[in-house]
Ligand binder design. Structure first.
Ligand SMILES: Cc1cc2nc3c(=O)[nH]c(=O)nc-3n(C[C@H](O)[C@H](O)[C@H](O)COP(=O)(O)O)c2cc1C
Length: 219
């Protein structure tokens, strides 16, 4: 497609949403229970990577950046993901711990928006997760200086070869200190359900004094 064809295509599409309501009565009083209900439906709908989420971070000056990461755990009502602490997201989280997550399950016409503060998980939690990864992923974590400029693809593959040689007799590879988990402690979780005529349902949970409060906002 040419760019002109792309423009014409996106201008010609107007898809309405199905009529699957999200009512206050039917929503769990706890957003994590509600997340589990929706997650089960996402798995049942064979959505690819239902645990993928868009993570947005920002510099201390408020310049945002977004990327997809995998949710790998939920610990004490916090969403956990793993990455390189020296990556762009790691640098941004070190100077500004506030971040948001967005989960879009298009096949179900749903999104979940999550906002909160991020901290590192404990080294022992990161160690346990790293230990359980396949050897190739462990080597990948060591080999990649995530977000740093690379001369070419070969440079990365040479790093991998050197590490494969170094660890050829063992799969007991230590976790790099620059790699581990983060946990986002949410203060706002929104469940969004597409409805006809753009009159979508938006149910919002906000945490106040340790309690989740439920409200509805306009689409
Ligand atoms: C489906 C999918 C899952 C991903 N999961 C992760 C992940 O769990 N951790 C991670 O560091 N990067 C993951 N990535 C790569 C990130 O999107 C991103 O390229 C990388 O983390 C560097 O981001 P940064 O330079 O903004 O720090 C994933 C990408 C995709 C498309």
């Amino acid at each position: 497609m040419s760019l002109e064809e792309v423009k014409s295509y996106i201008n010609s599409i107007r898809r309405d949403f199905a009529d699957r309501p999200l009512n206050e009565d039917a929503v769990s009083k706890n957003p994590f229970k509600q997340y589990a209900v929706w997650f089960e439906e996402a798995v049942g709908s064979q959505i690819l990577d239902p645990y993928a989420m868009c993570l947005s971070t920002a510099t201390k000056e408020g310049r945002p950046s977004s990327r997809i990461v995998y949710m790998r755990d939920i610990i004490d009502e916090q969403f956990v993901f793993y990455t390189n602490y020296k990556s762009q997201k790691g640098i941004e989280l070190a100077e500004n711990p506030f971040a948001s997550l967005n989960i879009h399950w298009g096949e179900l016409e749903r999104q979940i928006r999550i906002e909160g503060k991020v901290t590192k998980v404990s080294p022992s939690i990161s160690d346990t997760y790293f230990k359980a990864r396949p050897k190739e992923s462990k080597i990948g974590a060591w080999a990649s200086h995530q977000s740093c400029q690379l001369l070419n693809r070969e440079a990365l593959e040479n790093n991998v070869k050197l590490l494969e040689e170094k660890y050829k007799d063992t799969s007991d590879i230590p976790r790099p200190e620059f790699w581990g988990g983060y946990q986002l402690n949410p203060t706002r979780i929104e469940f969004w359900q597409g409805r006809p005529n753009r009159l979508h349902d938006r149910i919002v949970f906000t945490k106040e004094n340790g309690e989740w409060r439920l409200s509805r906002v306009s689409p």
